[in-house]
Design a protein around this ligand. Structure first.
Ligand SMILES: Nc1nc2c(ncn2[C@@H]2O[C@H](COP(=O)(O)OP(=O)(O)OP(=O)(O)O)[C@@H](O)[C@H]2O)c(=O)[nH]1
Ligand SMILES: [Mg+2]
Length: 310
């Protein structure tokens, strides 16, 4: 007796849960062998599995062919934390990233850059503490200046108006323009250098600089993390497989105007001609469902199911 259709569908879902890539393909092949009946509902089910298998194989082939291109540099936005001595840079990174960078009440505790990692809202951030700035300090320290120049974003810390004035002046002297969020093209290095930044102050600070940048208190960790997202403006695209399961890790872009085409190019590395169509859940799993073409412009947290010609 064939197993009831509903039982088989559940079994398939369980068997494939969490499996991706080659492992998923192997499991599908096994399931196809196991289901002997190839008529009616069973046939439709097997066809669906066969379609998914073909899709995975195509994607895996393409992935293997271009392994070197799979690592995209900007998957981890970097934030350098800059500030005067004792402004709380190490303390902030320890609080956000769970690191144990030494914190002391005397100045210049941190003599070398210190690193921390933070995952928030599906984005991996890197935090780097830059040793305390003092007047003219960066002019004689090209390696520190180089790190600041090449970072994606800055967190500027201070516990007094003088602290902030010092850092803002040093940054201006190095020809660095501070901006409220990333440029529409991403973290590109313009001349003069423009870097997205915000200020973090100790709650006892009485006067803050009249800067156009956002200002957040150093104990508002949630707000700081949210602002890191706001500043970097990630476009997170979730892909969905044939069983309507949404992948946990999104594909992340740091650029405005991302089209379906760019997702295909970045992730699947298949040619445009093999693209069949895309079904979109607007803004998340509960969003409006619509069928879109290759030039459709995606938004943050869209869920997308792509199909390709065999
Ligand atoms: N009042 C107050 N003190 C703080 C705050 N954050 C840190 N501190 C204290 O300030 C001192 C310096 O803190 P750190 O986190 O080491 O500061 P830092 O900017 O890394 O210092 P350096 O690496 O020496 O430049 C320590 O005694 C901390 O306990 C804060 O938000 N408010
Ligand atoms: Mg420190």
């Amino acid at each position: 007796m064939p197993k009831p259709y509903s039982v088989i569908t559940e079994e398939i879902k369980d068997a494939l849960k969490g499996k991706v890539g080659e492992e998923r393909a192997r499991e599908i092949k096994r399931l196809l062998k196991e289901i002997h009946w190839d008529v009616g509902d069973y046939k439709r089910l097997k066809d669906k599995l066969r379609r998914e298998l073909a899709e995975i194989e195509k994607i895996e082939q393409a992935r293997k062919a271009s392994k070197s291109r799979t690592k995209t540099k900007k998957s981890t936005p970097q934030f350098c934390v800059v500030g005067a001595v004792n402004s709380g840079k190490s303390t902030l990174i320890n609080n956000l990233a769970g690191t144990e960078i030494p914190v002391e009440s005397y100045p210049f505790t941190t003599a070398e850059p210190q690193y921390g990692a933070l995952e928030y809202d599906a984005i991996n951030f890197q935090l780097v503490e830059i040793p305390a700035i003092y007047e003219g300090g960066w002019s004689g320290d090209k390696s520190t200046l180089g790190m600041i120049y090449s970072t994606d974003c800055l967190i500027i810390m201070g516990r007094s108006l003088e602290d902030f004035e010092l850092v803002l002046k040093e940054l201006a002297e190095q020809n660095i323009d501070l901006i409220g969020d990333r440029l529409s093209d991403g973290f590109i290095q313009t001349i003069p250098r423009k870097i997205p930044a915000f200020l973090v102050f100790d709650k006892d600070t009485t006067i803050l600089p009249s800067s156009h940048l956002k200002k957040i208190s150093s104990d508002e960790f949630e707000e700081i993390k949210q602002n890191m997202i706001k500043l970097t403006k990630p476009v997170r695209i979730y892909t969905m497989n044939s069983f309507n399961e949404i992948e946990e890790q999104p594909i992340v872009f740091y650029k405005d105007q991302i089209t379906v085409k760019e997702v295909i190019q970045k992730v699947y590395r298949v040619t445009e001609e093999s693209f069949k169509d895309a079904v979109l859940l607007e803004g998340g799993p509960n969003g409006r469902r619509k069928r879109v073409g290759i030039t459709y412009e995606l938004s943050d947290k869209d869920v997308i199911h792509l199909t390709f010609h065999k």
